[in-house]
Design a protein around this ligand. Structure first.
Ligand SMILES: [Zn+2]
Ligand SMILES: [Zn+2]
Length: 341
């Protein structure tokens, strides 16, 4: 089968032909991948901000069709549309026994698209509990956004957004857009701040729809000093914690959401004390979030965030839209790779 694997330098992708994986266990499910979204994490790997295992097939935001199942599988059957839960867990370690499956201590070699083969390919085999059936009402494009939407819902929930909360989302990529939707659905008055004029135009188009919640889109160069300070600021970029804290109202919460393993921040503890700020991380999500994302996504046209689609062989073009090279600016929101040439 065709696959996009990470090079030995751990910073480049290559189109390769590999043996399709086969089911070996009674709880295995064979999924034929239809398409996968390119995640900010995939981009972070290629630009050196996040590490993945050389040789791994990347990709984890996938929708596919069940091709076959082992004898024990009861949650899905051949022909079902499914999304992949990319964060495998053992179910037995101390963290799993406490229900903190996303903190499983046996995650090594179990992060799909990072250190276990992922979905930028034609077929994947997974234990049944990590494939989630897609409700009929949800299109394949909308389902492609469900995994990152889980992350957005989880972070907005952790931030404690309430009806009337003033919320600022820093960074208008797909995650920023999804976090804005999640915060607005929780009753927040949401301002989404994005530096790229082109992306701001794309975002206006995304939210200009009767089924989308109201979100104001603001230029990053004019930070919202004129506006009241925010009860919640979510940094979806990953290096804007200082800005996030500077925008907080008393008792406000700043959330670190963007992945950047080299970012540092300088904060004055006394400001945190007097402001009664909360500075939190909310990680990704725990797996029950998939059902919540489907239940919420039935009403919301998440697929409007998809701006481009490419085949696997067009991966250079696809990543080119995500500013992986210096010469390219961000010209896209969600870019999707279809599992075809
Ligand atoms: Zn992701
Ligand atoms: Zn575990």
């Amino acid at each position: 089968m065709l696959a996009l694997s990470l090079g030995d330098d751990a910073r480049s992708l290559h189109l390769v032909t590999v043996q399709a994986p086969e089911a070996t266990r009674p709880d295995d499910v064979i999924v034929r991948i239809l398409q996968s979204g390119i995640c900010g994490t995939d981009r972070s790997v290629l630009v050196g901000k996040f590490d993945a295992r050389p040789g791994v097939i990347m990709g984890h935001e996938a929708v596919g069709i069940v091709e076959g199942t082992g004898d024990w599988v009861t949650n899905v059957k051949p022909g079902d549309r499914v999304v992949v839960n990319p964060t495998l867990f053992c179910g037995e370690c101390l963290e799993c026994r406490k229900g903190r499956f996303n903190h499983c201590v046996n995650k090594a070699n179990n992060e799909i698209g990072i250190d276990r083969d992922g979905t930028f390919c034609e077929q994947i085999v997974l234990p049944a509990q990590f494939v989630v059936p897609v409700p009929d009402e949800i299109s394949t494009d909308r389902a492609t956004l469900i995994e990152p939407f889980c992350c957005a819902l989880s972070n907005v929930t952790a931030a404690g957004v309430q009806p009337g909360s003033r919320v600022i989302i820093l960074g208008g990529g797909p995650v920023g857009a999804l976090a804005s939707i999640a915060a607005a659905l929780s009753g927040g008055q949401v301002t989404l701040v994005e530096a790229s004029p082109h992306r701001r135009v794309l975002l206006q188009g995304v939210f200009d729809h009767p089924d989308m919640p109201t979100v104001s889109i603001l230029e990053a160069n004019r930070p919202p000093e004129s506006q009241p300070r925010a009860d919640v600021v979510i940094d979806t970029v990953g290096n804007l914690l200082e800005t996030a804290v500077s925008l907080l109202a008393p008792k406000g919460t700043a959330v670190v959401m963007g992945y950047n393993s080299s970012a540092e921040a300088r904060l004055l503890p006394i400001d945190i004390l007097f402001g009664e700020y909360r500075i939190i991380g909310a990680g990704d999500y725990n797996y029950p979030m998939f059902q919540r994302a489907f239940d919420t996504g039935i009403r919301i046209p998440l697929e409007r965030i998809i701006t481009h689609k490419f085949g696997l062989s067009e991966y250079k073009q696809a990543f080119g839209f995500l500013s992986v090279n210096q010469e390219n600016a961000y010209d896209a929101l969600k870019v999707v790779l279809e599992s075809r040439l």
